[in-house]
Design a protein around this ligand. Structure first.
Ligand code: NAP
Length: 324
């Protein structure tokens, strides 16, 4: 099949493009940085230079493809307006741009997030039947973008991953960097319960959703069915390193205070703040748990790679890239 991918230079996109090319698919990617696109060029991907603003230009024409996979987005942004512009505005513009073309994609597959659903109830996992209740601007923007996809004139699938683990993920690097020094941290009180997914399993889910021939709009949580708490996550990271990790429990209000200080200091030295208000809101929730039962029932996909192997692959990926 022919794919048009945004976010191909990112963590999930890099893994997806490798898999698509290895399976014999033709891939075109929107890229804004020639340096970051070097790996895609080596893989034989057709590169379209530009950033997401191209979709807002009325004259933009795109070569026909079967499936568009929209992964580009911001995971850490300096303010709510950036989440809104990139994670909602660019999706609205992409859908409108595709509707202006003289061809129609068989499907748009859009990376939403579990954050669009918000924290889950204490006693059960979110399903697609639940009403979205995001608690921070990242999740709010993703929820609004899903609504745009669901109103498109062609078939779409919005998928909602929980935290994604795998080699090359900048978001989890601070966790592994701390653990390499024998330290970990979490918000105090009962350990937060979370869903999670390994990037190889997520890529398999994206491929399955891309091959879906259903005519209408779909929404799926894309998760491993094993629910863990943060103490189990740190224990797994500790096993991957083969040394003890001492987990410090930081009271919630202290975590919020640290986030405020970091949001002032880090921009002064030109660094993004990984502990932004969005991250703290997510960390202070009691649970972020979902199920992929619907995706398994509809398309037969199920996550295969267990937590320990996923964490080992993640650590190996950081080491291969020289990040740790
Ligand atoms: N990783 C997770 O745990 C997770 C969980 C749930 C949902 N998601 C969603 O999955 C998607 C991919 O996440 P990821 O972890 O792969 O993120 P990532 O590693 O930060 O990659 C983001 C990608 O988006 C591109 N991008 C960002 N702003 C852009 C713009 N204005 N114009 C063009 N390209 C732009 C980046 O391009 P450059 O390389 O040029 O910067 C990069 O290719 C995101 O939409 C994210 O919200 C991720």
């Amino acid at each position: 099949m022919r794919f048009f991918v945004t976010g191909g230079t990112g963590f999930i996109g890099g893994h997806l493009v490798e898999r698509l090319v290895a399976s014999g698919h033709e891939v075109t990617a929107l890229v804004r940085s020639p340096h970051k696109a070097e790996r895609l060029r080596e893989l034989g991907v057709t590169l379209v230079p530009g950033d997401l603003s191209v979709f807002a230009e009325p004259g933009t024409t795109l070569e026909p493809v079967d499936v568009v996979v929209h992964l580009a987005g911001v995971v850490t942004a300096p303010d709510a307006a950036t989440y809104e512009a990139i994670n909602f505005g660019a999706v609205r513009d992409l859908v409108a741009c595709l509707e202006r073309q003289d061809w129609t994609p068989r499907r748009l597959v859009f990376a939403s997030s579990l954050a669009a659903a918000g924290p889950s109830p204490a006693d059960r996992a979110w399903t697609e039947a639940d009403t979205l209740a995001p608690v921070e601007p990242y999740g709010e923007a993703k929820a609004r973008a899903e609504a745009v996809c669901a109103a498109a004139s062609f078939p779409t699938t919005s998928f909602r991953p929980p935290p994604v683990l795998g080699g090359g993920d900048p978001a989890f690097l601070p966790v592994f960097a701390l653990a390499s020094r024998g330290l970990g941290f979490r918000v105090g009180g009962p350990a937060q319960r979370i869903s999670w997914i390994g990037v190889d399993d997520l890529v398999a889910a994206i491929v399955a959703m891309s091959e879906d021939t259903h005519e209408g709009h779909r929404i799926y949580f894309t998760t491993h069915e094993q629910v863990i708490d943060l103490d189990e996550l740190w224990a797994g990271v500790s096993r991957a390193f083969g040394h003890r990790v001492r987990v410090i429990r930081v009271p919630g209000p202290v975590m919020s205070g640290l986030s405020t200080v970091a949001s002032v200091v880090l921009p002064l030295v030109g660094r993004p703040n990984p502990l932004d208000a969005k991250m703290v809101a997510q960390m202070r929730a009691p649970a972020f748990v979902c199920t992929s039962a619907a995706l398994t029932a509809d398309l037969g996909w199920q996550a295969q790679v267990g937590l320990d192997e996923t964490l080992e692959r993640t650590l190996a990926g950081y080491r291969e890239r020289g990040w740790l």
